[in-house]
Design a protein. Structure first.
Length: 83
C-alpha cells in the first residue's frame, strides 16, 4: 500500500507545493538569522539555530523527495530507470 492509496494526485501535489514553500521560507529565515550583522548573538545560540535549520531542512527535503516519488506514475518510474 502506498501513500497514493490514501491521497488523490491533487492532494499529493498540494502537499508538495506546501513543502516546497516551507523549504523556501526556511531558507529565507536562515539567511536572515545567520546573515544579520547588527545584533550580537552568542555562538551557542548560532550553533543551536544552525543545527535546527539543518534538521528542518533535511526533514523537508526528505518529505519533498517522498512526495515527488509518490506522484511519479509506475510507467514514468520504469522509464526513468532505463535511462
Amino acid at each position: 500500500m502506498t501513500i497514493a492509496t490514501f491521497f488523490t494526485r491533487e492532494e499529493l501535489q498540494a502537499h508538495l507545493e506546501e513543502a516546497l514553500a516551507a523549504l523556501e521560507d526556511l531558507e529565507e529565515e536562515r539567511r536572515r538569522f545567520l546573515g544579520q550583522t547588527g545584533v550580537h548573538i552568542g555562538v551557542r545560540i548560532i550553533q543551536k539555530m544552525r543545527r535546527q535549520f539543518e534538521r528542518e531542512e533535511a526533514e523537508l527535503r526528505e518529505r519533498i523527495h517522498f512526495l515527488k516519488a509518490s506522484l511519479e506514475s509506475p510507467k514514468e518510474r520504469r522509464e526513468g530507470e532505463l535511462k
